[in-house]
Write a protein that binds this ligand. Structure first.
Ligand code: PAF
Length: 260
């Protein structure tokens, strides 16, 4: 059985994960749990979109056999005192900008795996650092008898990576947000032209974001997809990761870099 963990507010990106698993002949369970412990004190927990009835309908339409939506009091009962923290790939980037985020993610993912006992866990490549951190945790805690399946990023027609947080964007902000995929394209172009210096390639992405009015760059970096350590030279597996803010909304995107 396959688990597709979500925080609800399902969009076509999530549903693509469900459909791909169903298509492979797997029995799919979708978990829907807005996990408070992965939100920082000033983040969007209160305004995070909630639409549970619709999420159930969408999941079933996409072929899931069941929805697992435990109440917070069951997931984190009175006296809850255990946290799963990962160092290594969780240290920089999202881990530095959102210091408590990954501990919240790894704690809930470990709990979901132990509660649901799936054979497979499906995550989206959109949150590439989350994938690296969960992979590390699964290896370190001997949870790697569960297969980790990573689904490619699903994009809207305009190129923006699908995310539940995109619905916070007004039309003009959405136009500005397109600088994220444009920054990835600039970096990929740079690599296609023969550039292998990680800093130079990241700078090409950064320039595109810096030129977009109203978009504040958090980081643009070339990293190893498993360790999330910055790469000085692109001569093997490499990811370009960007994070930027438009007002209170933070958006992430990433792309694989393939040297000539
Ligand atoms: O990617 C997400 O939506 C969440 O971080 C996850 C994996 C469902 C854990 O709450």
């Amino acid at each position: 059985m396959t688990l597709v963990p979500t925080m609800g507010a399902l969009h076509d990106g999530h549903l693509a994960l469900v459909r791909a698993s169903v298509h492979r002949g797997e029995t799919v369970i979708v978990s829907v749990f807005v996990n408070p412990s992965q939100f920082g004190p000033y983040e969007d927990l209160d305004r995070y979109p909630r639409q549970e009835a619709r999420d159930v309908e969408l999941s079933i339409d996409a072929g899931a056999v069941a929805i697992f939506a435990p109440p917070a009091t069951e997931v984190y009962p009175e006296g809850f005192a255990t946290t799963v923290t990962v160092d290594g790939p969780a240290r920089e980037f999202e881990g530095a900008v959102r210091p408590t985020h990954f501990a919240g993610v790894t704690t809930i993912v470990a709990k979901l795996l132990l509660m649901v006992h799936p054979d497979r866990l499906v995550l989206g490549q959109k949150d590439a650092q989350q994938v690296a951190v969960v992979r590390r945790m699964m290896r370190d805690l001997n949870l790697d008898d569960i297969d980790l399946v990573v689904h490619p990023i699903i994009r809207d027609a305009d190129g923006l990576a699908m995310s539940s947080r995109n619905r916070y964007l007004h039309d003009d902000e959405r136009q500005i947000a397109l600088a994220l995929p444009a920054s990835l394209a600039a970096a990929q172009h740079c690599v296609a032209e023969g550039q292998t210096d990680g800093t130079t390639v990241a700078a090409a992405a950064r320039r595109v974001i810096d030129q977009a009015p109203g978009l504040q760059l958090d980081y643009a970096a070339v990293v190893h997809p498993d360790t999330f350590l910055p790469l000085a030279r692109i001569n093997g597996p490499a990811l370009l990761c960007v994070a930027a803010r438009i007002g209170p909304t933070r958006l992430l995107d990433n792309a694989v870099l393939i040297p000539n």
